[in-house]
Design a protein around this ligand. Sequence first.
Ligand code: MOS
Length: 675
Amino acid sequence: MNRVEAVDKVTGRAMYAYEQRADQAAAYAYPVQSATASGHVRTVNFAAAWHMPGMLAALSCTDPPELGSAEDPELALFTTREISYRGQLVAAVVADTLENARAAAAAVLVTIDRHQHDVRLRADHPGLYTPDQVNPGLPAATSYGDVAAGLAAAAARVDVTYTTPVQHNNPMEPHAALASWDAGGNLTVYDSTQGPSFDRDTIARVLGLPPGRVRVISPHVGGGFGSKGTTRPHAILAALAARAAGRPVKVALTRQQMFELTGYRTPTIQRVTLGADTSGRLTAVAHDVVEQTAIRTEFAEQTAACTRVMYASPAMRTTHRLARLNMPAPSWMRAPGETPGMYALESAMDELACAAGLDPVELRIRNEPVTEPDSGLPFSSRNLVACLREGARRFGWDGRDPCPGLRRDGRWLTGTGVAASTYPARRQPSRATALVLDGGFVVRIAAADVGTGARTALTQIAAETLGTSPDRVQVELGDSDLPRAWLAGGSMGTASWGSAVVKACEDLLKNEGALGSADTAEDVAADSSFARHAFGAQFAEVHVDTGTGEVRVPRLLGVFAAGRIIDATLARSQFIGGMTMGLGMALMEGTFVDEAQGGFVRKDLAQYHIATCADVQDVDAVWLEETDSHLNPMGSKGIGEIGITGTAAAIGNAVYHATGRRIRDLPITPAKLLA
Ligand code: MOS
């Protein structure tokens, strides 16, 4: 099915946050950021700014606004003079045009007493600590069996450390908001968000308003990859600035500002220790992670959680430790946890296959668990082995030469690699209504379509339930005044919203034409205990230029088992989109941290390289027919994030196969390969 909003998008009728209009002409706020990573703000001087044209209002940490909640320090704007990361908002100006606001912001003089900063993550950081839990509420450390004994008894062992850099989400649409207050003190925010209900709640909490006084509208969103999953400072800034200026205010972050104000993926240092017996069966697994968080905010990525799901082993340990650094808080980025974690685990499995003299597909099949290793729960469905076999068949894996660095074609070395993918398949409570209108049906739910095609998928789900054609169904979403819903996050959008939409449509059919409504809170609470995950297998072919160290990826194939696929076109797009992002992670993505200045370097798309058309050659995704009755009424698993998991490992493993060089520090750049 074509996207229902396709014509609106290609004709420019689809309105994104920054393009929205309020009743009155909007003014523009522009942030003033700290150029220091640690310190105390002594003065903020707006004298020169007030002489600039169009200046309307000023906000500053030297004149703190009254806020409701400071639970997220990055959202409690201008409430402290203490600087804990470079880029922290210390002030803002409001002016009649974006250009005037930007110029006035540049004229603001900030003096900061500078303190020593600490921005370098290292495995021996003296402040490393174990958090109470890691996202999303998982234990920070788990262990069963005797890892030391398992390693001692092993015939083949791997003990290696992988590092991954800071990565930035870089959605196509920069973060933006338009905020306006009415005479009664009600706030409307057009925000670029992955979840209007939660965004509304957070904005209300931060501003100290009842949720009923805030409305978030977000009909179209140009991607987020997690960076719009939770409220970001620009939305709060727009609201405060609109209050200060007494008129609607727009905030549009520049690409460079996004690097400091919209989150990023934590860098990781991951030690993976594996032991296997003579037949390749694991005797011990340990995955010990070091990652970072901010001085005043704890964000604990669940990097080793994937290891608890993957392979059978009589002994297993997973740990996470954090260092608090003078950096912005890390946040959600596509498959947080699974993405860096599966890079390390699946690279180490490849190293173990080499050490054990086994084919890496076969090694994984031999370690297929009967139940989820860490929890002992049965899987609702698990078809990893089928994905590996189907992928091997389609890719032409049989007969692969196990020895690395042997296949040369002129100046190019070639190699192939494999890795597994996984991502949880969960759902969360949502509400929806369905009604008959003008001879068709209208379905309402505060879902978000962040470019994934959620509106289209929900249209199909509703039409199927109602026994009608999709063109008679209109789905309204992207507005917090609609029935409360989960966000486009955790690959749970379609599962959560679809459950509510099916139920609301069934309710409508039962009531024969009145209003159908649904709340899935009780259904979700009653979900039986199964280990619910999607799985996949990824195969990569690489060519490595022996002269320049350049890596090309002529072929990338993903085979996924992700429950019932609602729409083939949308699903393929999600899978290959994730795989493409994984290719970027493997070969180019990474944000440098400048230790002297204490901040990010490379804050634009000219320097932070993401995979583009020329980098992506033959990338294909297919899926197995998978029936799983334990998930939700559609039988679907999430598909937005699994595609990025495992990809970087498959490419890294192929680079090793091509060159005999194991680069354990992402991204695999020409310089590292030539060294
Ligand atoms: Mo996604 S990182 O769960 O928004």
